[in-house]
Design a protein around this ligand. Structure first.
Ligand code: SAH
Ligand code: AVI
Length: 334
């Protein structure tokens, strides 16, 4: 699973690349573990090959998928004040994807003349490759160091500082909602190690609201989210020589009121046996049996604050939109 991103292409636009791309072995281990247990699960990071990253961008355009528009609106309002308050010289963005909202933070920092370095981090080499030339042209003189890596696998390579001044670690899009609580704890702990006094974590989080709004956001009428969900089967077919028939799995997005999260599944329409040749594995599905492919947690302020405090972070500021659909917070090292 080597990234298609070519070092030469990125270097040509002045971007330094650090690649610890996802390996075949990591996918094999996750598939073996996730499909050999009941209930079956797969980690959501495997959605994001080139097609998956494009499908995610298409999800963001769907009328039902409000989080992107809501977060962008908040950042558009907050960006200039945040830039003034933080005066950041460096922005590390975790799960940056195609960096569409990044300019809402980077532009005001650049205009104030403080921005020196931008460090996007994402497992999707293709999203990185597509986004970087535009950003390099937009911010002349700003050092861009792209990391193709898993942000849950430790952030030690990001600790080193090459520019003086305040650092912002941005984690946007409510990607935090795709992490289980123990993963959030580990993630916050790792981010804490990146922060010195004066630095902040800028976190975007979707908030708890009526399932009548949340469920359609994950089951759009055009079927883009369904296609995104099935993409993980295409990734496994390609990388592990499997024979999943995506037509025999339906997309499902249901609100879990106890855990306040959307649960995204692929449900077998009929009994079937899937062969994963590279693993020498046969996976049996009963009719109606599902794979949990993603959770998308929705948050209350106290849940964010409690998780942060447990990991040695403190909530410095909380912002949300007028009807409380989406929030952005600033966290710092306690
Ligand atoms: N921040 C962007 C993209 C969100 S989509 C936005 O707000 O629109 C989630 C992004 O996180 C995708 O680009 C995906 O490739 C990346 N991602 C998911 N799991 C990851 C992981 N474990 N490590 C690094 N990147 C990950
Ligand atoms: C990336 N992440 C925050 C998205 C979400 O809303 O949980 C992924 C997604 N899955 C389906 N639609 C969007």
């Amino acid at each position: 699973m080597s990234p298609k991103t070519s070092l030469a292409a990125l270097e040509a636009v002045g971007v330094e690349l650090h690649a610890a791309p996802e390996t075949w072995t990591a996918l094999a281990a996750d598939v073996l573990e996730g499909l050999s247990t009941t209930p079956k699960t797969l980690p959501p990071k495997w959605f994001y090959d080139a097609r998956g990253s494009e499908l995610f961008d298409a999800i963001c355009e769907q009328p039902e998928y409000y989080p992107t528009r809501r977060e962008a609106a908040l950042l558009r309002t907050l960006g200039p004040a945040l830039a003034g308050e933080l005066g950041a010289t460096e922005v590390i963005e975790l799960g940056s994807g195609s960096s569409t909202k990044s300019p809402l933070l980077l532009d005001p920092l650049h205009q104030r003349g403080t921005l020196r370095r931008y460090v996007p981090v994402d497992v999707s080499a293709s999203a990185m490759e597509a986004a970087m030339p535009g950003l390099a042209a937009r911010y002349p003189g700003v050092e861009i160091t792209a990391h193709v890596s898993d942000f849950t696998a430790g952030l030690a390579p990001l600790r080193e500082r090459t520019v003086d001044g305040p650092r912002v670690v941005a984690f946007l899009g409510s990607t935090i909602g795709n992490l289980q609580p123990p993963e959030v704890h580990a993630f916050f702990g790792a981010v804490r190690e990146l922060l010195a006094p004066g630095d902040v974590l800028l976190l975007g989080h979707d908030l708890v609201k009526s399932p009548s709004i949340v469920e359609p956001a994950y089951d759009d009428a055009a079927g883009v989210t369904a296609d995104f969900n099935r993409n993980v089967l295409r990734v496994i077919n390609r990388e592990l020589q499997a024979d999943f028939d995506e037509e025999r799995f339906t997309h499902e997005a249901t609100w879990n009121p106890m855990l306040e999260r959307i649960e995204i599944r692929l449900r077998a329409t009929e009994p079937q046996v899937v062969r994963i040749a590279s693993l020498g594995l046969e996976v049996t599905f009963l009719e109606g049996e599902s794979i949990l492919t993603e959770i998308s947690r929705k948050f209350r302020p106290e849940v964010i604050e409690r998780s942060a405090v447990r990991a040695g972070l403190a909530l410095r500021a909380w912002y949300e939109d007028a009807d409380g659909w989406y929030g952005v917070s600033l966290l710092e090292r306690a």
